[in-house]
Design a protein around this ligand. Structure first.
Ligand code: PLP
Length: 369
């Protein structure tokens, strides 16, 4: 049996008629940049997340960048985040001229360890930027408490967590603002690049709206040096259509995760702990194993595609070597990066495929001794 790591063609096939109709309708409006569908998507996604404002953008990286700028982050400031993320989390901090300050993860959750944050706070800290990694919300209560004590803002990197909840509230409205990515393989994915900021602050939303379009206040009048971070009209149309299916797709991902969990109980794999306060979504289903590369090669040989998110922590990536971090600085993150495997997980996967992928992994790693 073949189980690809993900299969965007299967999703397209299941939506083809609706997608073609939505694109035809959007094309007829000729609003190729922003426009009616993007405006409507902003309202619908804000309502979905339970926030007052959504500002649609051209990527999650842009969303992080503008969320940080709107929080007043500038050169000389520091932003605390996790080294166990996609590099864009740190890049967005660097774009502002601020310095990323990394804090190790809690090995159970793979998210930033709140107990280690206070020691990283300095008088230059402006923002704490937790990532809801693989769809599991970070420990927001403790993070918000630390932020309040030190008078700094919290921005959520929710790029992998569309629809996840923390103590009943959707992520996206817990911090001052949040960044989402609509990269095609995300739980809510565009057919190209896309992203958004969500926030309850009218001032932050207004600033992000101006910055995404060259700092323009009215046509050809510019109040600041902004960016071209606008969302295309076609992506708005696609995202509106796909948002209607997000809960159903997230529920399906949960069912598939449970199949994995059942088949892998008692084996030599470790899991990302779901935590007590969060109702996670399953962006990725990751396991931690010894001898990761050999396990992956065996899975591949038996038709099971996998990914690695991420093979090298951000503090050890080339562009961040200048910050002076060394191997051994964040042992839990480094160990996670050595052992992590992302198994196939997407709504169009069949139960048989999930059982086959899990059963194959079970055979490869063996029972716990
Ligand atoms: C945790 C995280 N942050 C930021 C990003 C950046 O999003 P994008 O690829 O849409 O720029 C991604 C997605 O790729 C991500 O997974």
């Amino acid at each position: 049996m073949k189980v690809p790591f993900f299969d965007l063609k299967a999703q397209y096939a299941s939506l083809r008629q609706e997608v073609l109709a939505a694109l035809d309708c959007a094309g007829a409006k000729a609003s190729f940049i922003q426009g009616e569908d993007v405006d409507a998507f902003e309202q619908e996604f804000a309502a979905y997340c339970g926030v007052k404002h959504c500002v649609a953008l051209n990527s999650g990286t842009s969303a992080l960048h503008l969320a940080l700028l709107a929080a007043g982050v500038k050169a000389g400031d520091e932003v605390i985040t996790t080294p166990n993320s996609f590099i864009a989390t740190a890049e967005a901090i660097s774009y502002t001229g601020a310095k990323p300050v990394f804090v190790d993860i809690d090995p159970r959750t793979a998210n930033i360890d709140p107990t280690k944050i206070p020691a990283a706070v300095t008088e230059r800290t402006r923002v704490i930027l937790p990532v809801h990694l693989y769809g599991l919300p970070a420990e927001m209560d403790r993070i918000l408490k630390i932020a309040t004590q030190h008078g700094v803002a919290v921005i959520e990197d929710a790029c992998q967590a569309h629809g996840a909840r923390y103590r009943g509230a959707r992520v996206g409205g817990i911090g001052q603002s949040a960044a989402f990515s609509f990269y095609p393989s995300k739980n809510l994915g565009a057919y190209g690049e896309g992203g958004a900021i969500t926030t309850n602050s009218a001032a932050i939303a207004a600033q992000a709206r101006a910055l995404r379009s060259h700092g323009e206040s009215r046509r050809y009048f510019h109040d600041s040096i902004g960016f071209n971070y606008r969302m295309s009209g076609f992506q708005g149309a696609i995202l509106r259509l796909k948002l209607q299916r997000l809960d159903e797709w997230n529920a399906r991902r949960r069912e598939l995760r449970e199949i994995y969990r059942r088949h892998l109980a008692g084996t030599r794999v470790d899991f990302q702990d779901p935590g007590a306060a969060g109702e996670r979504v399953d962006h990725l289903f990751v396991v931690y194993v010894a001898d990761r590369d050999a396990v992956r090669a065996k899975l591949e040989h038996r038709g099971v595609g996998t990914g690695v998110h991420y093979p090298l922590p951000i503090h050890l990536q080339k562009p961040y070597q200048s910050l002076g971090y060394r191997q051994g600085d964040f042992p839990h993150t480094e160990r996670a990066c050595e052992r992590v495997i992302s198994m196939p997980l997407y709504p169009e996967m069949t139960e048989e495929q999930a059982a086959y992928a899990a059963g194959t992994l079970r055979e490869i790693v063996g029972e716990r001794g």
